[in-house]
Design a protein around this ligand. Structure first.
Ligand code: MBD
Ligand code: FE
Length: 304
């Protein structure tokens, strides 16, 4: 007999099995399918609406923009909140707050010792920035030879690799700290980011009546010794989107202070002459509970 009500069909979809499969995947899939069946029935979603949505999902994947939608719909921040709640439940001491990786990380950036010109090839673009500080453990002791992987957008708000007009690894570098955990780099204060217009992402955001802007920020993936690798961002104060980030990723502890320096001879090796903006920021890493927590891997590398 193959005549079903919607609920009979749902039960059949979720019960069909010729081998054990994976219990967790089965349970989560069953929930998601049930929620979608209910949504379609409750909102009387038409076939045209349903197939438009499936076409949109296909275009989203083809444009490699899944990571923009997850950020914009709050999933990336949700996962951070839940990780922090898990830390608190286990009474794990927290270090520098984590902030979402976002979809624009690229592994394998050039590695330098202690300092680097992140803005190599971008001379004269924006306000000169020197950011410096140390990588520390929760005990306040430096983490020697930690690695600070740093990336930010160009003066037009676009990220290298995803923007083919930029050189490979433009504005992406890794810095190995010295024995006292010190790092420093020269760059420029980046602007904010906006989702690409005329894209599957902007289509949905237009229909939701939402903007797709992020305030100015710089990304970091910091790791070292037996510490837990940290993915975070710092925000530049004064940005109009600081409290209105489309990815909901800004955090109080991550808004840095800008210090205007008229002149200094301390940064000659970075080619700094004249006035510039200085940011001092120390990264505090949690202790790791296992080896896998120490690995500086992007979310896509880690995902099965
Ligand atoms: C970005 O630059 C970003 O950091 C995130 C999280 C999402 C989109 C663009
Ligand atoms: Fe970003």
């Amino acid at each position: 007999m193959a005549e079903y009500t919607p609920s009979e069909l749902l039960a059949l979809v979720n019960a069909s099995q010729v081998s054990a499969g994976d219990e967790r995947v089965r349970a989560i899939t069953a929930r998601v399918v049930a929620d979608l069946f209910r949504t379609i029935e409750e909102f009387e979603v038409t076939p045209n609406e349903f197939w438009s949505a499936m076409k949109w999902l296909t275009r989203l994947g083809q444009a490699d923009m899944v990571g923009l939608i997850t950020a914009g719909l709050g999933f990336d921040r949700l996962l951070d909140i839940l990780e922090e709640e898990a830390d608190e439940a286990k009474a794990r001491a927290l270090g520098t707050p984590r902030a979402i990786e976002g979809p624009l990380y690229v592994a394998g950036a050039p590695l330098s010792q202690r300092e680097v010109r992140l803005d190599e090839g971008n001379e004269g673009k924006g306000e000169t920035l020197v950011m410096e500080g140390r990588v520390l453990g929760l005990d306040g002791k430096p983490v020697p030879h930690a690695v600070v992987d740093v990336w930010h957008c160009n003066e037009q708000g676009r990220y290298s690799h995803f923007d083919p007009s930029q050189p490979d690894y433009n504005l992406r570098r890794r810095i190995e700290t010295d024995a006292e955990g010190n790092y420093r780099f020269r760059s420029f204060l980046p602007p904010g980011y906006a989702i690409p217009p005329n894209s599957p992402v902007s289509e949905l955001f237009d229909l939701l009546g939402r903007h797709g802007n992020r305030p100015a920020h710089i990304h970091f993936l910091v790791s070292g010794l037996s510490k837990r690798a940290l993915t975070t961002q710092v925000n530049i104060p004064g940005d109009t989107f600081l409290d209105d980030d489309f990815a909901f990723a800004t955090r109080d502890g991550l808004i840095v202070s800008l210090e205007k320096v008229e002149r200094s001879t301390e940064y000659a090796s970075l080619g700094v002459t004249g006035s510039f903006t200085r940011v001092r920021f120390d990264f505090v890493l949690q202790d790791s509970l296992n080896e896998s927590e120490t690995i500086a891997a992007s979310r896509y590398q880690t995902a099965a």
